[in-house]
Design a binder for this molecule. Structure first.
Ligand code: BES
Ligand code: MN
Ligand code: ZN
Length: 519
């Protein structure tokens, strides 16, 4: 990842661009916000001084109406000591989704996308419409950061002077009424931005670099933030009887691992030590590369299967975000890390494996491997920690792409309250989930002639039978499974994401935790 943005907050009062103040605040680009018909806020007008009339005249000439996602760019603007004035429209003709809270994050991303090669920028955060808080200004920063994310680790021919290339460092100052208040929000927002970047990095990394042992090593870095990180190797998992997870990894020269991360942030409650508060748990599919195994996938597009660990990446990114803001909650993050390869030692179709739960599985298709990995991790977490809930994330089925495309992740759950909370967090963050049906008729499709179950259910309802399979390893614990095959990678570029690995789910789950589980 490259960090090209250096963001700071200053007071609106300190922004002076009138020609005579030229030397006090140097900037190459000044960004201001405009509302309906180009209306400017009071502070913005003060900053522009006599240039305000010039800006109004330009808006009329350019027929700039201040609509959201429209901009007006003035070069070498008369009366201002900047190279460029960027006027960004914010007016929404249609009322936005009342539950959505991602407007300012997206605005920040949109602005960052328009900055081009500017090296020094001042953004005047003085929205002409509606009420705005310190959290909103911090959201704007989050959007700027997310949009600026770039994965260029392996580009050896970076030429900063090339057309379209960015300068080495961009310095952005966001001018707000209350910089001290906004600064108080920064560690949390910064932690969230870094957690998302970390998740994106992990998804973008190629599988020759990021194999299970290396992935575990990167998760171990969370210890710097106070997260306790346990790594279980093959021997430890054999001892636990994790035959399903280990069966998937047995065809790879890269050894499997399971990583369990602990963040104990809950406050001490009524005579109990803080570590005794019931934890919540997030579980991720970490197939570092999925060839399909002996049921090998076709060559076209197989390179995308380096991202088959997006669920695990999200869990690590989330733990980073939660620990960074010292979330007042006890959280377990558990990821199953394997590589699914065809090999002389690989698992065969028809093989029967014994899961940690004791249930046996007939492996009809070695490409339905994610559920085998999750079966053992879910069981382990449920039994060892008795969490208040378990949410797993997995790039589990191509079928979820057929059903929902890249707009929504599939939500499967045994619990209405948890589902409703996830749906609400999805609307608020824009990381949306759509609940899919489950039931005994689907479950029956997994019955096997030779074992307790098969690992596939046939042609129909592929995403649902995958979820039914997982549910066989969940008892009474409230549980939700998010199928992120469509959203975790290769999703369309947006205002806040231009990266292949999207880091999907970190904001969703950070919001879920913040809204309901901290105390
Ligand atoms: N990792 C894939 C699912 C996937 C597909 C993720 C496309 C992202 C993009 C998963 O392991 C898989 O191969 N699923 C099979 C299941 C089938 C064999 C029942 C699938 O979806 O085809
Ligand atoms: Mn597969
Ligand atoms: Zn897979």
């Amino acid at each position: 990842m490259s960090h090209v943005l250096d963001v700071d907050f200053i007071s609106l009062k300190d922004v002076k661009f009138a020609a005579k103040a030229a030397k006090t605040v140097p900037a190459t680009t000044l960004v201001i916000l405009a509302g309906v018909d180009g209306a400017l806020g009071k502070a913005t007008k003060t900053i522009l001084g006599e240039a305000a009339a010039f800006v109004a005249k330009a808006a009329t000439a350019a027929q700039f109406k201040g609509a959201a996602k429209s901009t007006m760019e003035l070069l070498a603007p008369h009366g201002l000591s900047v190279d460029r004035l960027l006027v960004v429209g914010t007016h929404q003709a249609k009322k936005a989704d009342p539950q959505a809270q991602d407007g300012l994050i997206n605005l920040g991303g949109f602005i960052q996308g328009k900055l081009g090669r500017a090296a020094k920028v001042v953004v005047v955060f003085d929205p002409p419409e509606g009420e705005h808080s310190a959290a909103d200004a911090a959201d704007l920063m989050l959007g700027l950061k997310l949009r600026a994310y770039k994965f260029d680790t392996y580009k050896t021919k970076k030429k900063p002077d090339d057309e379209g290339a960015e300068p080495a460092k961009v310095q952005i100052e966001i001018a707000v009424t209350n910089p001290a208040e906004v600064r108080a929000q920064l560690p949390a927002r910064q932690g969230l931005a870094n957690g998302i970047s970390l998740a994106r990095d992990l998804v973008n990394e190629p599988a020759n670099i990021l194999y299970p042992v290396e992935f575990a090593k990167r998760a171990k870095q969370l210890e710097k933030l106070g997260v306790k990180v346990e790594i279980l190797d093959v021997k430890a998992m054999q001892k636990l009887g994790m035959g399903a997870l280990l069966g998937v990894g047995q065809g790879s020269v890269r050894e499997s691992r399971m990583v369990v991360m602990h963040w104990n942030g809950a406050k001490a409650a009524r005579g109990k030590a803080k570590s005794e508060a019931k934890p919540i748990a997030f579980i991720g599919k970490g197939v570092c590369f999925d060839t399909g195994g002996i049921s090998i996938k076709p060559a076209g597009g197989m390179e995308d299967m380096k991202g088959d660990m997006a669920g695990a990446a999200c869990v690590v990114g989330l733990m980073h975000a939660l620990a960074s803001r010292k979330a007042k909650v006890n959280v377990i993050g558990a990821i199953g890390l394997v590589e699914n390869m065809p090999d002389g030692n690989a698992q065969r179709p028809g093989d029967i494996v014994k899961t940690m739960s004791g249930q046996t599985v007939e492996v009809i298709n070695t490409d339905a491997e994610g559920r085998l990995v999750l079966a053992d991790v879910l069981w382990y977490v449920q039994h060892k920690y008795q969490p208040g809930f378990m949410i797993n994330l997995a790039t589990l089925t191509g079928a979820i792409l057929v059903a929902l495309g890249k707009e929504y992740a599939g939500l499967f759950s045994n619990n209405d309250e948890l589902s409703a909370r996830l749906s609400a967090a999805g609307q608020a963050t824009g990381e949306k989930v759509w609940r899919m049906p489950m039931g005994p008729a689907y479950d029956k499709m997994l019955d096997s002639q030779f074992a307790d179950m098969k690992n596939i259910g046939g042609r129909n309802a592929g995403s649902i039978t995958a979820a039914q399979f997982l549910q066989r390893f969940v008892n009474e614990t409230p549980w939700a499974h998010l199928d992120i095959a469509g959203t975790g990678m290769g999703s369309p570029s947006s205002d806040i994401n231009q990266s292949w690995g999207s880091g999907w789910g970190v904001r969703l789950l950070d919001k879920l935790v913040a809204d309901h589980y901290e105390h």
